[in-house]
Write a protein that binds this ligand. Structure first.
Ligand code: C2E
Ligand code: MG
Ligand code: MG
Length: 695
């Protein structure tokens, strides 16, 4: 410190900056090390190094030559007589940042004055990171920042905003013209108006508009902003952000679509259909036209769904919707109501004949087999039609009527269309009333069974009886099954009613056994609904165990349609029950599908030849031939035959000739109440009583 005046030396001793004076050593002209000649107290504080004077830096901080070559370069350069240099450096060996100024007091010597700046550096870096994060956030949010100096009319945009607009921040200019050129032409005026209105009304900005990128791509943005005013109320600046909302818009559109369309077929759903129907009706009023509402239901969809799986069912529905759309005009609407039901609205109808044409076209279009994954699926449709304003004045009623008409089309075998008529309504209203009363009938004990004898055609013996349901309605008197069974099937009531029939028939048959009558088979009719909804097997087993009737004396009558439509469920139940000894007959044979395939699959005991053939066989040779063929086939398959609905002695003769096994019909006996039936059996056992079959 002898170099310096005392006062200066004192300053050096007390200054906040660290100071080191050193001699640089060179090897082959390159700075290789230095020796500390002097350090001030602040040096120690800032570097944490002490007792360094007289020592080599490679000694004091081993490895520094390798870890911080830059420091040596600069110190060396200055020591060799260079100009003073000021720099910021991270000294790796110390793990700290320094701002250093190096001077050259004499050749190969240096004076380094430095500050520790690690904290500042960290703060700077954090700030930088925060900025980076902010801009990253803006980028990922698709948000850009804008600032509008209103008096000067200048706009400033963040890089993100340029990017959002599909522009390059290096070449494009932030201006209202640029903005206008980006905004979708259809939204331009409105977006501008919104901005001006916000400034005028002192309200925050919310603007939603489309932009068109240079690529032609259209995107949605939301702009939010706020205006600053001077004390005189003049707008000074408006600042805000702009975000890309395209993805949200698309999601919203998707949700909107799903709310109004059926996800599978992508057709409008029932809500949309109803709206369109209302609109079509309003339009028809003005134009003096008609609207036709068609209600469609596929005829054998359930069977396909059950046998081939839901996936095939779905594909089929898609194909059906495609065909329906192909049948219609742009202005018509096809909608899926759910399941296998569709609704079609035909508009601009001037003449009802046009509706007939469209309906026929639809029925035909669906009748052609659908090729789906190698299966040729046959699906037909039943269509009910109601016309506005002739049939009804409001949507609800019109839909109701089309639905009613559809049921009529289905009831007639399907694959057809039917126009609604008032009679259908009368029938519907009557059916609804019956349905309500049926709910009470079971609890009220209004049901009874009548028993129609089944006679052995050869011996004339009574073999058993068919139990036939009777409803003694307090309001209607005696009601026959044809008037109410289909209604009970429609609403599911047939399941509890059917259970009651089983219980009652078994109970009665067991009583006759106990009363000493000969062994009599009791035949009970089953409905498809009992296979579908009820637990038929359990019901049958319960009826048998509660009554104590031998299973072999119970016979269950199935229709051909049960075997076709409920094939899988029915087959298992029938097999299980048959293994208990219960017998099965097919009712009304010849009127349905009469397929040999199911006769082979199902363990059947008997065929009941349908009344229509039996009654006409005396007069119609074709019917006689059919009866003959059925009997032949049954014999070949080892099945017994029963002829139903025999009304004349001639028919009995005829059947005997054809080797029919059993007979049932009014000619022999009408269905009888239980007690009358018992008397009938007892009387038939008396040899003195003439036997209709044998005489
Ligand atoms: P079905 O099983 O074919 O029963 C034969 C029907 O023919 C009975 O009508 C019977 O009274 C009637 N019949 C008997 N002899 C003659 C005759 O000589 N000529 C004519 N024209 N008809 C005759 P019913 O009792 O009115 O029953 C009608 C249908 O209702 C039955 O036809 C059956 O399908 C159904 N049914 C009856 N009882 C039940 C039941 O408990 N459950 C279910 N699911 N259906 C039942
Ligand atoms: Mg029957
Ligand atoms: Mg029958």
């Amino acid at each position: 410190m002898a170099l310096l005046p005392h006062e200066v030396g004192t300053i050096v001793e007390h200054m906040f900056n660290g100071m080191a004076y050193g001699k640089m050593l060179f090897e082959n002209g390159q700075p290789s090390d230095f020796i500390y000649l002097y350090t001030n107290p602040a040096f120690e504080t800032l570097t944490g190094l002490s007792g360094v004077v007289g020592r080599r830096v490679s000694d004091v901080i081993p490895g520094i030559r390798e870890s911080d070559p830059l420091l040596f370069d600069i110190f060396g350069r200055v020591a060799r007589g260079g100009k003073p240099e000021k720099f910021e450096i991270h000294v790796e060996a110390l793990g700290a940042w320094f701002s250093i100024t190096v001077y050259n007091p004499k050749l190969d010597h240096f004076v380094a004055v430095f500050e520790a700046i690690t904290e500042r550096k960290l703060a700077e870096r954090n700030l930088l990171r925060a900025n980076e994060r902010l801009s990253l956030a803006q980028r990922t949010a698709g948000a850009g920042v804008w600032d509008w100096d209103i008096p000067n009319g200048t706009l400033t945009w963040s890089d993100e905003l340029f990017h959002l607009f599909g522009l390059d921040p290096a070449t494009a200019i932030a201006s209202f013209d640029t903005w206008r050129s980006v905004v979708h032409p259809e939204d331009r005026q409105r977006a501008e108006d919104v901005i001006l209105a916000c400034i005028r009304d002192h309200v925050p900005l919310f603007n939603e508009y489309r932009i068109v990128l240079p690529t032609g791509e259209v995107r949605w943005v939301d702009a939010f902003g706020d205006t600053a005013y001077d004390t005189g109320g003049n707008a000074q600046r408006m600042t805000g952000i702009c975000i890309d909302t395209t993805a949200r818009k698309q999601a919203e559109a998707q949700i909107e679509f799903l709310a109004h369309h059926d996800h599978l077929t992508r057709l409008p759903n029932r809500f949309v259909a109803k709206e369109r129907l209302k609109m079509a009706m309003a339009y028809a009023d003005r134009a003096n036209e008609y609207v036709a509402l068609l209600f469609l239901d596929l005829d054998s969809f359930k069977a396909i769904n059950d046998s081939l799986g839901h996936n095939m069912g779905d594909l089929l529905l898609v194909e059906v919707s495609r065909r329906l759309q192909a049948c219609l005009r742009e202005t018509d609407t096809v909608s899926r109501q759910g399941g296998d039901e569709f609704l079609i609205i035909l508009t601009h109808i001037q003449d009802i004949d046009a509706v007939t044409g469209s309906a026929a076209k639809i029925v035909d279009a669906l009748a052609a087999p659908c090729e789906i994954e190698g299966h040729a699926l046959e699906v037909t449709v039943s269509v009910g039609i109601a016309i506005y304003p002739s049939d009804a004045q409001d949507t609800e009623t019109l839909m109701q009527q089309a639905d009613t008409a559809m049921y009529h089309a289905k009831g007639r075998g399907g694959n057809d269309y039917t126009f609604f008529s008032e009679q259908m309504n009368v029938a519907r209203v009557a059916a609804l009333a019956i349905r309500a009363e049926l709910r009470q009938a079971l609890a009220g004990g209004e049901f009874a069974l009548h028993y129609q004898p089944q006679i052995d055609l050869v011996s004339g013996r009574v073999l058993g009886a068919e139990a036939l349901l009777r409803w003694h309605s307090p309001k209607r008197g005696l009601v026959l099954p044809d008037e109410f069974v289909f209604i009970a099937e429609d609403c599911g009531l047939i399941v509890p009613i059917g259970d009651w029939v089983l219980q009652e028939a078994c109970r009665q048959a067991a009583l006759w056994q106990q009363a000493g009558l000969p062994e009599l088979t009791i035949a009970v009719n089953l409905s498809a609904m009992q296979f579908r909804r009820g637990n038929l097997q359990q019901s049958v087993v319960q009826a048998l165990s509660a009554s104590g009737l031998a299973p072999a004396l119970l016979e269950l009558e199935l229709t051909e349609s049960i075997l076709i439509t409920e094939a899988e469920a029915a087959l298992e139940t029938v097999r299980n029950l048959r293994s208990l000894g219960i017998r099965f007959a097919i009712d009304d044979f010849g009127t349905g599908y009469s397929s040999l395939a199911y006769l082979k699959r199902f363990p059947i005991d008997k065929l009941k030849i349908a009344q229509t053939f039996v009654q006409d066989m005396d007069t119609n040779p074709e019917d006689a031939a059919i009866v003959h063929a059925i009997i032949q086939m049954a014999r070949a398959l080892g099945l017994r035959t029963v002829a139903e609905g025999i009304e004349t002695a001639d028919t009995v003769e005829h059947l005997l000739l054809h080797h029919c096994d059993e007979a049932q019909g009014r000619f022999l006996s009408s269905p009888l109440p239980a007690d009358a039936f018992r008397h009938y059996v007892l009387a038939a056992m008396q040899p003195s009583v003439p036997n209709k079959v044998l005489t």
